[in-house]
Design a protein around this ligand. Structure first.
Ligand code: ATP
Length: 592
């Protein structure tokens, strides 16, 4: 059979970009997947995600806009300055490439059409080029591709390596489209999602489905050096409620504020993955040593929180200290100065036995045996509680010791990968006030500055929560405060790179911002309160008087360093369900 042409991919991408509903996107995407041959589906999925390999493999394009501009110049015969001025006009490298390819007098380099695989392979080769002279080598590879491309192909070829595909496709969209394209219905989505939660690799899931069928998807298990998507905790504000939810008995663990580490060990080979599934082994020479010298098991996958800890005084250090370990240089020195201690809280695999479906208590026992008396590591401190008083007292002691609070765990629950469930419930010291927990929101648009802000061409953000049930972003807030001048400039520059012409298909909004942007950036926001509002689509329902009301934030402001969160993806943003739950809890605690 013939291989898939990149032209077909580009044509589908163009239609996807213009799709006005999620349904339409799904139709287009499944049609595209259906056309891929077995050996192509993995590459096609990565391409559609705008990546080359799953994030945990850490291969990036390494192409700056300037390099791309040079490649476009070489491929079209225009000067760099001409490319840059076209870019100023279009505000988009894709449109720039399309425009210049249309008007160039240079003939297309080859008469043969490009295969989709060929484009992917060249991009991967380009990404892997490193060392002296690599910049020029990359530009050359890219220029050759662009020279052989049609204008429409060039548009997506230019956007892909700079992370600006602007298709608005998410993980869940891809999973559903895969299900439709290969099984004829969306029913297999759940099974595909389970497999994805175990390997964090959509390409792998798609390829397994294409080559081995749904049976193989159902047999998917954990595997070394494929990070498992982390289990997440729900929230509840009181000990009574936690115990009730847990059926009267549960484990209660101290909650440590550090870095989540998922550790994979195969003999002497050790890798560590972060909360957002990036490989961070290099950051932790001390933990790697504890694991290689202290853990007897040949093969294991387990998880814990690493934080700065004074082993002599047994004091926990605040997060501000721990965070200093996040660095690119001087790692070894800092590790000596500020060693970390790993508080292990779960175990997923031990000597080739998959523990994912085992109850918490069985996993915990296996974890305790595995850690033994290894240096620098210990299982989390915990109690088994049957009374609210016990739970409450344990919470208070944890907080007094400088910890964040507790995580209660259902004794019988399996490890629920990639989901926020009540098998883990967190209670943090701050819950007892007004809305003191922050929310992570997705930017879907921005407003132009008015009055004194007109100079910055930036006046605020339109933000949304994620509704995984609908796979749609629902607006919850306009954010106009908390920006410094530098911030405003930075936001505008960043967002301009993902501006789209009309409302993205997966955004539900009644408000029209000055510019829509592809949902891809997350910001952390603090607010005084969650209120009901007819303006926003978050959790919108008909109230008793028949009016449609959603949820909104009162006095929202950006927190953290005031900019986008690089470590969170849009599917990890706060969900509609969480907002509803926070609203309910806030009402009961009573906001003063
Ligand atoms: P989430 O990770 O739930 O999205 P978040 O990033 O705001 O939310 P927290 O609210 O601090 O994190 O709560 C969950 C995190 O707490 C876990 O991801 C883990 O890193 C950390 N943690 C600390 N102690 C424990 C423990 N004993 N059991 C489970 N997780 C723990």
């Amino acid at each position: 059979m013939d291989s898939m042409l990149f032209r077909e991919v580009a044509e589908h991408y163009e239609k996807l970009e213009a799709a006005s509903s999620r349904l339409k996107m799904m139709e287009l995407l499944s049609e595209l997947f259906k056309e891929a041959k077995q050996g192509e589906i993995r590459k096609l999925i990565y391409m559609t995600q705008g990546i080359l390999v799953p994030n945990f493999e850490g291969i990036e394009f390494g192409v700056a806009e300037k390099m791309l501009a040079e490649a476009i110049a070489a491929a079209t015969g225009y000067t760099k300055e001409q490319v840059e001025s076209a870019y100023k006009r279009h505000g988009d490298m894709g449109e720039t490439a399309l425009d210049l390819k249309k008007s160039t007098k240079l003939r297309r380099m080859s008469s043969k059409e490009l295969d989709a695989s060929e484009v992917y392979d060249t991009m991967l080769k380009m990404a892997k080029t490193s060392g002296q002279g690599s910049k020029d080598a990359k530009i050359k590879l890219l220029a050759e591709l662009l020279a052989s491309a049609s204008p429409l192909e060039a548009k997506y070829m230019a956007r892909y390596p700079i992370g600006q595909l602007r298709l608005g496709v998410g993980d869940s969209t891809i999973l559903e489209a895969l299900s439709i394209s290969m099984t004829g219905s969306r029913d297999a989505k759940k099974e595909l999602e389970n497999a994805y939660n175990l390997c964090s690799d959509l390409g792998e899931v798609g390829e397994t489905l294409a080559m081995k069928g749904i049976g193989a998807i159902n047999r998917f298990g954990v595997a070394l050096f494929k990070p498992i998507r982390p289990a997440l905790a729900e929230r509840l504000p009181t000990a009574e409620e936690i115990l009730k939810k847990m059926g009267g008995k549960c484990a209660v663990e101290q909650k440590y504020d550090g870095f989540r580490c998922q550790i994979h060990k195969d003999g002497k080979k050790v890798k560590i993955y972060s909360r957002n599934l990036e490989e961070t082994t290099g950051m932790y020479p001390d933990i790697v040593e504890y694991v290689t010298t202290g853990i007897k098991a040949q093969r294991t996958i387990f998880e814990g929180e690493a934080l700065a800890f004074n082993e002599s005084t047994e004091q926990f250090l605040p997060f501000q200290e721990t965070i200093q370990r996040k660095r690119k240089h001087g790692i070894e020195e800092k590790a000596t100065e500020l060693p970390l201690h790993l508080f292990a809280f779960d175990l997923m695999m031990l000597d080739d036995r998959d523990y994912m479906k085992e109850p918490y208590e069985t996993r915990r026992k296996a974890l305790e045996r595995t850690i033994g008396s290894a240096k620098g590591m210990s299982p989390t401190t915990r109690i088994i509680a049957i009374e609210a008083k016990q739970l409450e007292a344990f919470f208070e002691t944890s907080v007094e010791n400088g910890l964040e609070g507790i995580v209660a765990k259902d004794l019988n629950a399996p490890y629920i990968a990639g989901a926020r469930e009540f098998s883990w419930i967190k209670m943090k010291r701050s819950y007892k006030g007004a809305l003191s927990d922050t929310v992570d929101l997705v930017i879907v648009g921005y407003f132009l500055g008015r009055g004194s802000r007109a100079a910055f061409r930036f006046g605020g953000l339109l933000c949304a929560v994620y509704n995984p049930k609908r796979d749609i972003f629902e607006t919850i807030s306009k954010i106009g405060t908390g920006f410094t001048e530098a911030n405003m400039e930075a936001f505008r520059q960043l967002l301009d790179k993902s501006v789209v012409k009309s409302k993205p298909a997966r955004v539900d909004s009644d408000i029209t911002p000055d510019f829509w942007v592809e949902p891809k950036h997350v910001v952390t926001v603090r607010a005084d309160e969650i209120t009901k509002s007819p303006m926003h689509t978050c959790g919108r329902e008909r109230d008793e008087s028949g009016n449609e009301v959603g949820y909104a934030l009162r006095f929202p402001r950006i927190v953290g360093d005031g900019f986008v969160r690089k470590d969170k993806s849009t599917s990890e943003a706060t969900t509609t369900k969480e907002v509803k739950e926070m609203y309910r809890q806030q009402k009961r605690v009573g906001v003063s």
